[in-house]
Design a binder for this molecule. Sequence first.
Ligand code: F6R
Length: 603
Amino acid sequence: MCGIIAYRGRKKTAGNLVLTGLKKLEYRGYDSWGVAVNDGESISVCKKTGKIGELNIADLKLPRASLAMAHSRWATHGGVTQKNAHPHMSSQGKIVVIHNGIIENYLELKKKLVKKGHTFHSETDTEVATNLIEEELTLALKKARQSEVSRELLLHAVQSALAQLEGRYAFLVMAEGCDALVAARRGSPLIVGVGEKGEYFVASDIPAFRKYTEHVMYLDDEELVIIDDKGAEFIDMRTQKLLKKRIIKITWKSDDAEKGDFPHFMIKEIMEQKETIQRAINQEPRLIQRAAAMINKAFGTYFVGCGTAGKVSMVGNYLFSKIAHKHINVEFGSEFPNFRHFIKKGSLLLAISQSGETADTLEAMEVAREKGAKLMTLVNVEGSSMDRMADLSIYLNAGPEKAVASTKATTAQMTLLTLLAYACADRLDEGRKLLIETAAKINDMLNPRYEAHIRAIAKKIDKVESMYVIGRGMNYPMALEAAIKLQEVSYIHAEGFAGGELKHGPLALISKGTPCIALVANDETRAEIISNATEVKARGAYVIGVGPQNEDVFDEWIRVPDVGNASPIVTTIPVQILAYHLALLRKNNPDMPRNLAKSVTVK
Ligand code: F6R
């Protein structure tokens, strides 16, 4: 969940460079930050609580050096304090570590290290790794009867320590008196950027160094890289074999990850849906057909995702039922392991994700793989863990999504699921035609007048304590998704219901003036959802209708195009805009909701 970046190269401004990169990762973790600068002799560490975005880097006056690493933290073990911020230095100051992930056996290791005389200053699990590496290094130095830390001894110490750790991690390690950088990965992403003339970056996310290079090498689980004057040497930690890595060129531009003229990433990404839906459709038809053949052949297909991607999986269920007459099992990543008994060799798991790094979805993939199932993913981040794990990946091609609240990745996922459902029914051309028309209509819909109309509605409801969203059929999961969007950026209590469920309990929540959004599709569910809207209105609700035509029951109407089976793609967009404006009216930062972070890499 945290942001990690390191630099080793020729520039002597490594400290400033990594902090500049870290600012690009602010959306990943933002309660504190820190930097370590290594000039080959000593390592200086500076860390603070607060947002890295607010830092004036020049004020820090960091020492000149060509090796540095930085981290922005999203607290898991221990509160938000300067001491708990990374990097962490070992008791004797020999080792400095940055870590993302969780060390499960840290308490047990800590006890042993305390007995050996190590002291601890933070509440983090990371400090245990830092001291364990120091312990291993001290032993190795003694054994080699030397006082200087060579790259071989550092490598040995890191590997011996990591072998004792349980859990998932990404580590960056530096040692006093040594100008090498070691990075290791098990379950948490790390990517190596290849710059000019022996210059390397290591980061948890490409935007951190995209400004400097478009060439990357991916580190896989149980792999380590050591970077020094010899270049970058990759090692398989299980076999100790050297690995040859392919340099891959990134397809998106550095500007794609910037806000441009927009005040926030969230609204920029909402507006980008004018193009991203079209980009999602522009897939190689043969890839879609191959994926559809896998689904048609599978003995049990499972759609799995978390949060918004979990709701998209539910939409997929309706789409496949309606278009392809096919049953799909749907689970949240965190719940999937409960159903492992049903997974067989012929089963298929489709992991749906923006980041490709969500720990619960990854665990579901691991469980399915152990049972011999095939793995497929709909994912935005190429080279992510899900992409690397899957037998077949379909990319969303939405470009970097930086606001914590998912918007353009969500509609790209639904677009691809619609395409896949049509392909499974052997009606791919019909599906493509529908989606191309939908993309064109969304392009017309997303204009300043449309946004202003929704903002005016937001102004009427920005003081409410609770609001509800109802939908039926394909728009039922969209009601659940709408509630997530409203909760996470406006902090208003919001809940989504299936229209038909209202009478079975939720109706009791409606009182005079309670906003209730009705998502309406012009299909077989229309009459019934209008009837549900009438039920809430009769109890005093303020009904905001999102649909292709104005209905008598609506107090407010947000028009969406009539696009048949693509209805969930269009009904979600006005709610994204509403959530965004409610956040602004309530003085919340929509890009960085409290308590949340983009890319949930911990369970
Ligand atoms: C909500 C949101 C989250 C993510 C969830 C899964 O707007 O963005 O609920 O959908 O954390 O993330 P990914 O898609 O990266 O697996």
